[in-house]
Design a protein around this ligand. Structure first.
Ligand code: PEP
Ligand code: MG
Length: 870
């Protein structure tokens, strides 16, 4: 038991992985009525019960369905597996301890057959109860979310202290059905009510607060941590709502929700970038196009007609109609057992989450916002809880997930609010991503498009559009959808002209029909005749020529205007990225995120599989340098094949090189796979999350042992990422041991500013151009200069044109960016001189805010884009 002196508050860890719920939900009056004591219940997803604290086993009945521990200070904790399980007479339970035995927190106590108990017991909900009269009561609890074994479930304290500490908690537990604690009524000020954005803001504002919170309107209530449940309430501006919270942070939780509802987080109909993209995409607040040509009647020939739609993304395209086929994924209703199906679902969600994390790492602006919305939904408590409930009823994971999504979709559609209906796309997208993952399909199947395709579809999901990224369509026309749906915003961000809500007439446009999409006017010209098409093509040619020139010049090496060599490399997370890098003029790969290569696997890739993948990437780069980063997992990058221990603060836990040194067997395997890549000089190794020199020494020793073992004579360069303030401040010491530096500005910014890099509310303030970050970069480049080491930047800042001059002025000589921005970056760098860069870097270091630095950087970047337009 962890004792937090001097108060002697005790932490109880979750004895099971699953869903934590209030005791009220246990279908048994003894537990729900707290006759034995207060506590929580866990709905388990795996069949092993662990000790919630250190203590002595004081009761373990013959039926092995429950266990009671006495912890330090006399706290007595009962864990009762399922409801009405005593009647099973021990069938399906195996005890690993006996009464009188001392156990440590986390130790295995009982194994049980989850499927059998799910079938034969009244409920699997497992109460974890602090026994009445033992002198302890609860001061904090974690309910209404997924928990892993070992995560904090409750905090308890001796009653005398608890009275002072918990205040609200006591009244909550005794009057939970009346939702005592904190209960506030207010009118919603938000112009568009609680749609997707404020719902996500509420869920995010509650992260880290210990309270059960619900929002109620007109007799209906929703878990305030669930974006989906909140949206389904259909709350509109002016509605009176109740915010009810129970738990230690009840007051803060209610304050946080009230602030969002009062509009304190800004106008929330769309986030700034999303709004900009949507505004850029449409002519004004009224969505319909300016002219409304009559839609042709059914059966009427469409040739020569003009269809109108809502402008989703401005622009002009000439091409041929290509209908995008979206096959419904078939799912079986019957499951193969509760434990198997819930694990399958967990694994699929983890895979999708990981893919989304990968997409977020390289996405910017509106595309990033969309990925973040999907990340919020993949962990939505209501979707997870409904799916698990269906799985317990015997369905398959795929069926359960689909049903959970579809019932939310149905509820949103019946609200009759177009804003909510547009969020349906996101839910359906998530449904598809998880189902594909469950069916073992690597990713949303990508349909190969012919050149100049104007994609016609009823609806398109964001992930399908992203899946077309390698060969994007010339234009998009959707029969349904709207200008603010995520796919429209994404199309605008990708620069693809698009119309939405064209209507059913679109279905009658045959594949291959010549089309002129004038998305500036909201019109689709169906087979408009040769003359019209030719004029439009001429219009497009000039723009295309400018782009091509830029791409062409990106093929040569990059020098500043006064002849200083700056290498422009690419960040890569897949073979497709490597090809994109080569075609966009990358001079090498400055960061291969190896954790993204084997996302679909359930088991770790062996050495041969890793080697084959690295070798393919090396070949795709045609001999150009390939910087392979060792696995950077843990923290916000879990991978399904390597479960990590639960951590309270994963961003500060086992991450990067720490994970590799925790599992040196995996590191050795990876190092051997890298060392074998031919030709030997092409690869270098990069270590993530370094904080001191001992870590480099440990890895170097492994690299050298493996090099000798395979008989490779050539040494291999070993570099470190500078992405913690510690490594930047110790750069002089590290430079003596490392062969090169690569600055990871994403993490360096997160750890310097103490702002979570994935936090939606902080996103606007999380700017790597903050002078504090730049000063750490300056310290790094100075140490590298003294020790004659190369310095690259591979974090997101390297892809930011506003930062290029500043970074070069600070002494960075390699930028590793997302492939698509490389032509623009190179064009910009060619116009800069080193003196200009040094001047702006000096000024940047003296600024007091990121905004001021950004304004300086943009001035140089803007002058470049003006000349581009000439
Ligand atoms: C970084 O932190 O800047 C970086 C490049 O690493 P990742 O984004 O993969 O954490
Ligand atoms: Mg990083």
């Amino acid at each position: 038991m962890r004792v937090t002196e001097p108060q002697r508050r005790l932490v109880l860890l979750s004895p099971l992985s699953g869903w934590s719920a209030p005791l009220d939900e246990v279908p048994d009056p003894v537990f729900a009525g707290r006759m034995l004591g207060d506590g929580l219940a866990v709905d388990p997803t795996a069949g092993t019960l662990h000790a919630p604290c250190d203590g002595e086993v004081i009761a373990l009945p013959q039926s092995r369905h429950a266990v009671t521990l006495r912890g330090d200070g006399g706290a007595e904790i009962l864990v009762h597996i399922g409801v009405d399980t005593v009647g099973l007479g021990g069938v399906g339970f195996e005890a690993h301890v006996s009464p009188g035995r001392r156990v440590a927190a986390g130790e295995r106590l009982i194994s049980f057959d989850l499927d059998l108990i799910a079938r034969r017991a009244k409920s699997l909900l497992t109460p974890v109860v602090v026994m009445e009269g033992c002198g302890f009561s609860i001061v904090r609890r974690t309910a209404g979310r997924e928990v892993a074994v070992g995560e904090v479930l409750m905090e308890i304290a001796p009653v005398a202290q608890a009275d002072g500490l918990r205040g609200l908690e006591q009244s909550t537990s005794s009057e939970r059905s009346g939702h005592a604690g904190e209960d506030r009524r207010l009118r919603v000020a938000l112009e568009h009510g609680i749609h997707a954005r404020p719902a996500a803001q509420i869920a995010s504002a509650l992260k880290g607060l210990a309270a059960d919170v619900e929002l109620a309107v007109q007799g209906r209530a929703a878990n305030a941590r669930s974006t989906v449940a909140l949206m389904k309430l259909g709350v509109r501006q002016g509605d009176e709502v109740s915010i009810r919270a129970a738990g230690q942070d009840a007051v803060r939780a209610v304050d946080a929700v009230a602030a969002v509802l009062a509009g304190a987080h800004g106008e929330s109909s769309a986030s700034a970038p999303a709004r900009q993209a949507a505004c850029a995409a449409r002519s004004g607040p009224s969505m319909p196009a300016p002219r409304e040509p009559a839609a042709p009647a059914a059966g009427e020939a469409l040739s020569g007609t003009v269809l109108s739609g809502v402008i989703a993304s401005r622009g002009l395209a000439v091409g041929q109609a290509v209908r995008l086929a979206v096959r419904e994924i078939e799912v079986k209703q019957a499951g193969a057992g509760v434990s198997h199906e819930s694990q399958q679902l967990e694994r699929a969600r983890a895979q999708v989450r990981m893919r989304l994390e990968a997409a977020r790492a390289s996405a910017a602006g509106a595309a990033r916002e969309i990925v973040e919305a999907h990340l919020e939904l993949i962990d939505d408590p209501e979707l997870t809880a409904s799916s698990l409930a269906l799985i317990r009823d015997g369905t398959s994971a795929a069926y359960a997930w689909r049903q959970a999504i579809r019932s939310s979709v149905e509820a949103l559609r019946t609200l009759g609010d177009p804003r909510m209906a547009e969020r349906v796309d996101d839910l359906l997208d998530l449904e598809r991503q998880v189902l594909l993952s469950l069916s073992g399909t690597a990713a949303a199947a990508v349909q190969a498009l012919p050149p100049q395709a104007i994609v016609l579809a009823e609806e398109l999901l964001p992930s399908q559009l992203v899946g077309l990224d390698a060969a994007p369509p010339a234009g998009i026309c959707l029969a349904a959808g709207g200008a603010t749906s995520h796919v429209s915003i994404l199309a605008a961000a990708m620069g693809i002209p698009a119309l939405a809500a064209v209507g059913p007439a679109l279905e009658r446009v045959p594949d291959g029909t010549p089309l002129l999409l004038d998305a500036d006017a909201g019109l689709l010209h169906v087979d408009p005749g040769a003359e019209r098409l030719a004029a439009a093509r001429r219009q497009l040619e000039r723009r295309t020529a400018l782009r091509a020139a830029e791409r062409e010049s990106a093929r040569s090496d990059c020098y500043t205007g006064d002849g200083v060599r700056i290498e422009v490399f690419a960040n890569v997370g897949s073979l497709a990225d490597a090809h994109a890098a080569a075609s966009h003029g990358a001079e090498g790969c400055g960061l291969l995120r190896t954790e993204f290569l084997f996302l679909e696997r359930q088991t770790p890739p062996d050495e041969a599989q890793q080697h084959a993948e690295y070798q393919r990437l090396a070949a795709a780069l045609a001999g150009k340098p390939l910087t392979i980063r060792t696995l950077d997992i843990g923290g916000d990058k879990p991978i399904p094949y390597l479960p990590m221990p639960a951590e309270e603060n994963p961003a500060l836990g086992l991450r990067g090189v720490r994970t590799s040194l925790w599992r040196p067997d995996l590191l050795r395997q990876q190092v051997r796979a890298i060392l074998a890549v031919q030709p030997h000089g092409q690869c270098r190794i990069l270590l993530p999350m370094i904080t001191d020199v001992a870590e480099i020494r440990s890895v170097r020793a492994i690299v050298e042992e493996e090099r000798t073992a395979i008989g490779r004579r050539e040494p291999i360069a070993l570099g470190v990422m500078i992405e913690t303030p510690a490594s930047a401040l110790m750069a002089d010491t590290l430079a003596a041991e490392a062969d090169f530096f690569s600055i990871g500005t994403n993490d360096l910014t997160q750890y310097t500013l103490a702002m979570d890099r994935g936090h939606p509310e902080l996103a606007a303030r999380l700017d790597a151009l903050h002078p504090a970050v730049l000063r750490l970069i300056a310290r790094t480049t100075e140490a590298a200069r003294v020790h004659r080491r190369g310095v690259a930047v591979c974090g997101g800042l390297a892809s930011d044109p506003a930062a290029a001059a500043i970074l070069i002025g600070l002494g960075v000589h390699e930028l590793s960016a997302v492939p698509s921005v490389i032509p623009r970056l190179k064009a910009l760098i060619r116009r800069l001189t080193l003196a200009e860069c040094a001047g702006v870097a000096r000024q940047a270091l003296e600024q007091s805010s990121a905004e001021a630095v950004r304004a300086l950087g943009l001035r140089l970047a803007a002058s470049e884009s003006e000349t581009e337009r000439v």
